[in-house]
Structures are given as structure tokens and as C-alpha cells.
Design a binder for this molecule. Structure first.
Ligand code: OOB
Length: 550
């Protein structure tokens, strides 16, 4: 290994918290960590199923061997431009075959992609560039009227180390990504990676403050993909559809595109999640598996009432990312597919899945159970003491694919990890201790998603669940608004299924349900839709801004 390589590796691992040796040894011993680089998922698929379609989009498809050869060629072109193993590059492409090509080309060159979402704008992108010390950026030219090249110009100006802006499409003042594949360099760079070092950086999904960067190692992420594929029973003949932004952990590796590749299944990409576009696509490619957020799953379910083509080939629809109330889960199960699977996951690692074959009680009322036998879950009270089995508390996690620290974030790490290395998720959960749901987890809300109303602490989720049982309520978000007397008052932002219901009637309904009197909305704001984050979760910061402007 050259000194240059060592230098780059040292730079990559600065501000990276590795797994402690004792646990790493256990995960290797158990066979979870195979010492394989992440790009070998494609290498192996290309060797086993060279001609099978690997990735498909509206423009065509690439077979596994073809995709693998493209990754080699572009990796060589990147190396020829001076990009080195261990360098970080922001990857922000729309859902398309080119996303897969770019991800594997970077990995093949030993470059660490920072997986950004198309919805991220200069504030987030600039933050990712500066924290990661990125030397490059891969972007589209213009999508839906937004010029990513202009944004990249600004990000690069503020981050002088970011020397390569590579554009898919018309490069404008930057370099052409598309031209890289046409070069005929000498051969792929001979890269040896340390599989316990970061393979890629994911961005955290929180809606407070700027997202943090999450290092995922080759060892932990190969396992994330293979264990997820196994837990979903993915097989060679499955066809997986990427509807959510491809760089999000959920469609990328849970099992997503990477998990599909471990069994040689085809991945189809679409950048249009609307039912009128997605349903015929599902029919055409006989898609069997996909991943959705709550809002999209409900929209697809509703659309089954009127769409001429229904997504009948689907056998498994994963829904995750935010809480699905039991009523919403039943609605999706009855109206879209009995192949509903609830997923409670996080870019930080830990994944809980309900499993194919679980009873409808488990699928409707829980977010499943851990993917790995070595996932360690603790549920603690405010003092950090474990609660009695079945009680609600904050979820702390540790395991073979859960991070040990955010990237270059000492302060956040001091708050976010227990002394023995458990990640404090900020999620309030219970783990059912007995009965038919035993062993499964229910996410009951976020620790901080509470409203302090006149001395009472009200859970936003509890109120939202109550509201969602009203037949006229399609979606609801409870948020706090400042109040002179109460400190905070409760505002319900509600999307109605037709004629809106008034506050008095809604509160009458909550009375009948026996909701506690201090947990009623003080203000009701009907909205046409709820504002969403880049991946499609309700964005409470934006809800507060919207209702405040109301
Ligand atoms: C997924 O990942 P992120 O990183 O965008 O967000 C993680 C957070 C969790 O900490 C939790 O607060 C929330 O999103 N969440 C859920 C949930 N799934 C995620 N809250 C309630 N119920 C659920 N089922 O969102 C993500 C990553 C991989 C797979 C699936 C989702």
C-alpha cells in the first residue's frame, strides 16, 4: 500500500468511531462480518448472474456484468482525475440506473459516497461537504426546474476542497459525469479497502437541526443488506422497486437495491411515486417488493379505489420511517396488500421488521423485531434505568450494524451514546413482554415530540392516533404553539377526507373516545396536505411554520 493511500485512510478515519475490538470479534466469529468490501455485492452478482437485469429505469436496463464493467471503467476514470481511495464525494442523483452506476463506481474506486437526497438544498449540501471534507459532488443538471449546477457552484465556492463537480447531463460550467464512461483508461484501480473503515456516509433523518453524517463500514453494511434480504425472504425472482429517494438507507439497503443484488433480484427505479405512474410500472415489470413511507402507502391504498391498473404483483410492501397507527396499518392491509410489512429503521443502523407470515395482529400493532440475533435493545426511563418488561421508555441500541458515533461530531456523540456504547435513539418504545405480540416492538413516539401544556406533558403521537380514528381525518400532526397562559397550546394540523370537521365536533369525538381532557387540540388548522421531509415524513418544523402563518 502506498503512503498516499495511508494518508487518505487516515484522513477518512479522523472523527470516525470504530466498533470496539471485543464486539467486532464477536460479529466476525458469528459470521455476520465477512471482511468483504461493499462493492463485492455487485462483483459477486456479476459473476453468478452476468446477463440478468440488475437495474432498470425508464431509459433501459443494465445487466449485472454490464453494471460491474461500467463501475470498473468509471472508477478508473475517477482515479485518473486524481480522486483517491478514502476521499469523500457527495452523491445526489435522482432515482435512475445512473444512481446505481455512480454508487458502485465510487465504491469500486475506494471513494466514500455521502448519500444525499435529491430534496437536499445548499444549506444541507454545504454542511455535508464541510463536515465530510468532500472533494467532489455528483449531481444531475436540472430536475423539475431546479438547477443543481448552480447549487453546486455555491457549495464548491464555500468549500475550496471540493474540486470536482460532476454532472449527469449538460455539465454547464462543471465536468461531465456522462463522459467518464466513454474514456478508455488502463483498467480499474487496484484498491484494497479496510473493511472495518467507513464504506459510505448516510445522512441522519432527524427533523431538528442539520442532519448528521453516519459512517457505515463495509462489514456492517454488507451485513445490513444480506440480513435484511434474508428477513424479507427475498429470492432471485423478486423484482424490487425503488420509489423512495434511492440514497436513503431504506430503499438502498433494507433490503433495497443492495439486498436485492445479494440474491440476484432485479431493481427497478422510478422518480415518480404517484399511483398513476407507479401502478402501471409495477404491472409492466411484475414488481414484487417495494418500500414506502407512511404517507405514500396511504396514498397508494386510497388510489386502489379508482386506478384502472392495480399493483397486483406486489407480495411485500414495506412501510416505515414514521409511526403507522394500528388504524392506518389495517387500512393499508385491507386496501393495498396483505403483504404489508412494518419496518422500524434508522440510518444509524438498527432495523426491526415484522416478518412475512406474521399474524395480522403483529403486522397492524407492532413495528416488528430485530433483524439480527445480536441486536441489543434496552428500554430505559429518564434516569437511564431499564424499565420493567413491556413498559414504555427510550430505546437504546447496539449491535453488528449500528453506528458507534456520528462522523466528526464529538459533541453530539457525547450526548447520543451511553458509556457502554449504546446509541440513544430518542424513540419512545415498548417491547411486548407476553401475549401474541411478545418480542415485538411498538414505537409510541419521539422523546421530544411532546407538548407542555399548562403543567401537563402531552404526547403528540397519542393525540394523532386518536384523531386518525375519526372517519373524516386522513392525516394529522399535533404540534405545540406558544401560549401566554399555558406555556404551550396544542395545535392539530389535519388533512380531511372531504368536508372538514370543526374543532368543537372533533373534541366531542375525542370526549367519546375517552381521551384525557388536557390532551385536546386548542387550535385546529385544516390543511390540504402536511409538509414533508426530503424522504417523505411529516416535517413538524414546517408544520409549525405553516400553522403559525395561518
Ligand atoms: C428511517 O431512517 P431515518 O434515519 O430516516 O429515520 C430514523 C427515525 C427513527 O429513529 C424513528 O424516529 C423514525 O425515523 N422511524 C419510525 C419508524 N421507522 C423509522 N418511527 C415510527 N415507526 C416506524 N416504523 O426512517 C428508516 C431506515 C431504514 C428502514 C426504514 C426506515
Amino acid at each position: 500500500m502506498s503512503t498516499g493511500f495511508d494518508h487518505q485512510q487516515r484522513d477518512l478515519t479522523r472523527g470516525f468511531v470504530p466498533f470496539p475490538d471485543d464486539r467486532a470479534a464477536v460479529y466476525r466469529q458469528a459470521g455476520y462480518w465477512e471482511g468483504r468490501a461493499l462493492d463485492t455485492i455487485l462483483r459477486q452478482a456479476a459473476a453468478q448472474w452476468p446477463d440478468k437485469a440488475a437495474v432498470v429505469d425508464a431509459g433501459g436496463s443494465y445487466g449485472f456484468a454490464e453494471l460491474d464493467a461500467l463501475a470498473d471503467r468509471i472508477a478508473a476514470a475517477l482515479a485518473a482525475r486524481g480522486l483517491r481511495p478514502g476521499d469523500r464525494v457527495l452523491l445526489q442523483l435522482p432515482n435512475s440506473r445512473e444512481f446505481a452506476v455512480a454508487a458502485f463506481a465510487l465504491l469500486r474506486a475506494g471513494i466514500v459516497p455521502v448519500l444525499c437526497l435529491p430534496g437536499h438544498r445548499s444549506a444541507e449540501m454545504g454542511h455535508f461537504a464541510s463536515v465530510s471534507g468532500a472533494v467532489g459532488m455528483v449531481i444531475p443538471d436540472v430536475v423539475a426546474g431546479f438547477d443543481y449546477r448552480d447549487m453546486a457552484t455555491d457549495v464548491a465556492a464555500a468549500n475550496p476542497g471540493l474540486r470536482h463537480v460532476l454532472v449527469l447531463g449538460d455539465p454547464g460550467p462543471h465536468e461531465s459525469w456522462s463522459a467518464l464512461a466513454d474514456e478508455t483508461p488502463t483498467g480499474p484501480p487496484d484498491v484494497v479497502v479496510d473493511t472495518s473503515a467507513p464504506a459510505l456516509l448516510l445522512v441522519s433523518g432527524g427533523t431538528t437541526g442539520l442532519p448528521k453524517l453516519i459512517p457505515r463500514t463495509h462489514d456492517d453494511y454488507v451485513y445490513n443488506a444480506t440480513a435484511s434480504a434474508r428477513a424479507c425472504g427475498l429470492v432471485h425472482d423478486d423484482v424490487y422497486l425503488v420509489v423512495l429517494p434511492a440514497g436513503h438507507n431504506f430503499p438502498f439497503a433494507c433490503p433495497g437495491m443492495l439486498g436485492s443484488m445479494t440474491v440476484g433480484a432485479t431493481t427497478v427505479f422510478t422518480d415518480d411515486p404517484s399511483p398513476e405512474s407507479a401502478f402501471p410500472l409495477i404491472e409492466r415489470h411484475r414488481v414484487t417488493v417495494t418500500a414506502l413511507v407512511n404517507a405514500l402507502a396511504k396514498l397508494w391504498t386510497q388510489a386502489c379505489e379508482w386506478e384502472p391498473v392495480l399493483p397486483t404483483s406486489l407480495r411485500l410492501v414495506q412501510v416505515g420511517g414514521s409511526r403507522l397507527s394500528p388504524d392506518e396499518a389495517r387500512y393499508i392491509y385491507d386496501g393495498l396488500t396483505t403483504g404489508l410489512q412494518q419496518i422500524f429503521g434508522m440510518a444509524e443502523g438498527m432495523l426491526q421488521f415484522t416478518r412475512p407470515g406474521d399474524s395480522v395482529e403483529v403486522v397492524a400493532n407492532t413495528q416488528g423485531r430485530p433483524v439480527s440475533p445480536h441486536d441489543e435493545l434496552r428500554v430505559v426511563d429518564e434516569a437511564g434505568v431499564d424499565v420493567t418488561p413491556g413498559a414504555v421508555g427510550e430505546l437504546l441500541v447496539r449491535g453488528p450494524y449500528t453506528l458507534n458515533g456520528y462522523y466528526r461530531a464529538d459533541e453530539a456523540n457525547a450526548r447520543s451514546f451511553s458509556p457502554d456504547g449504546f446509541y440513544r435513539s430518542g424513540d419512545r418504545v415498548r417491547i411486548f413482554a407476553d401475549g401474541p405480540l411478545a418480542g415485538n416492538v411498538e414505537v409510541v413516539g419521539r422523546i421530544k415530540d411532546v407538548i407542555h401544556r399548562g403543567g401537563e406533558t402531552v404526547s403528540a403521537t397519542d393525540l394523532e392516533d386518536h384523531l386518525l380514528t375519526h372517519p373524516a381525518v386522513y392525516a394529522a400532526a399535533a404540534v405545540a404553539l406558544p401560549d401566554e397562559y399555558l406555556g404551550e397550546k396544542i395545535c392539530a394540523a389535519v388533512v380531511f377526507r372531504g368536508t372538514p370537521v370543526g374543532l368543537a365536533e372533533l373534541n366531542g369525538f375525542l370526549d367519546e373516545r375517552g381521551a384525557s381532557t388536557h390532551a385536546r387540540p386548542d387550535v385546529l388548522v385544516p390543511m390540504p396536505s402536511l409538509p414533508m421531509t426530503a424522504v417523505g415524513k411529516v416535517d413538524k418544523k414546517k408544520v409549525i411554520a405553516a400553522v403559525s402563518a395561518h
